[in-house]
Ligand binder design. Structure first.
Ligand code: AVI
Length: 314
């Protein structure tokens, strides 16, 4: 990880338009800040998808055609704390569905916590966790002969640029059998007045989340970013449907990264692009599904129409 981290940071800061990959937000501090983000009043995404999983799980079970399946494997990519999924697990458990729950996450800590909470809250649910990058664990899906339901929630796909999202869905589809299904949770395109505050909250939690990337580089690569001379800048237009976060240098400065043996110059106002959060509609999702053999068979939205869980079938 450290070698890749070093390489990615070097590559990103050496580019003409400086950029840093958002996947590096999630160190221990970043994980904790993201938990805070999900609780913020402005961050509607988590609450809206929770609303679907809590209040429409019967509709979800029906859309997934689970009544006709004797046994299935419920695989979750990037499970996190499983708060939303536990609503579905509870309903499946109460209705005596026969399934295994297999959450996959990059964070060992998150998985340990999730396993303990499922074991205590839903002791009859069989859970087997797997730690790893979900891009790399897709191949494991192919080994199962049982029907598979994949959960990919939280609009995590939106953090991938469209070309990468397309590649990911193609790879996912290649590793599924005909009839396997996917629940893809995505944030919907909506006005700036709703999206921008979600990435620029009043308490400044998202700002800390963004700046933590520089603190991480300072710590892990022996760098000297002055956190106080960078500011958090989110941008979004409804027309494009993509929220982007930047760190902007408030002054002309030079930053040295000792582990890279390099210095990077910043002019006043220069931006580092740190995150893309795409928002979707049917057309955009259809384009991204492209030539993959995943087809949209249903779509559930929350009561305020902010967020959608698309049901895809191979
Ligand atoms: C994890 N991901 C879907 C979040 C998002 O909305 O793009 C990450 C996030 N970044 C800032 N706030 C939340």
């Amino acid at each position: 990880m450290n070698k890749n981290f070093q390489k990615d940071i070097d590559l990103g800061l050496s580019a003409t338009n400086k950029t840093l990959p958002s996947k590096y937000f999630y160190d221990e501090i970043g994980d904790a800040l993201f938990v805070e983000i999900m609780k913020m009043p402005e961050y509607y995404l988590t609450k809206a998808e929770f609303d679907i999983f809590k209040n429409q799980n019967q509709k979800l079970i029906k859309a997934l055609k689970l009544e006709t399946t004797t046994f299935f494997e419920l695989v979750e990519l990037g499970a996190g704390d499983g708060t939303k999924t536990k609503q579905l697990l509870k309903a499946l458990d109460q209705q005596q569905y026969n399934f295994d729950y297999a959450p996959i996450d990059i964070s060992e800590h998150a998985l340990k916590h999730l396993k303990a909470s499922v074991n205590s809250e839903l002791p009859k649910v069989k859970i087997s966790t797997k730690q790893g990058d979900y891009f790399n664990v897709l191949a494991d899906l192919k080994q199962s002969e049982d029907p598979i339901i994949v959960l990919f929630l939280g609009s995590n796909i939106g953090n991938l640029p469209d070309a990468r999202a397309k590649e990911f869905l193609q790879k996912l589809s290649d590793n599924l059998k005909n009839g396997d299904r996917v629940v893809l949770g995505v944030d919907l395109i909506k006005p700036e007045s709703i999206v921008l505050p979600a990435y620029n909250d009043a308490q400044g939690i998202t700002k800390r989340f963004n700046l933590n990337l520089l603190t991480r580089i300072n710590r892990e690569l022996d760098a000297n970013f002055d956190i106080n001379s960078f500011k958090h800048l989110p941008e979004y237009t409804e027309k494009e449907g993509i929220a982007r976060s930047f760190l902007v240098s408030t002054t002309k400065q030079t930053v040295t990264i000792k582990n890279l043996n390099k210095s990077f110059n910043f002019i006043e106002g220069e931006k580092i692009h740190t995150e893309t959060s795409r928002k979707y509609n049917d057309q955009i999702l259809t384009d991204i599904l492209g030539q993959s053999s995943l087809k949209i068979i249903d779509r559930l939205t929350d009561s305020q129409n902010l967020f959608a869980d698309y049901i895809l079938e191979k």
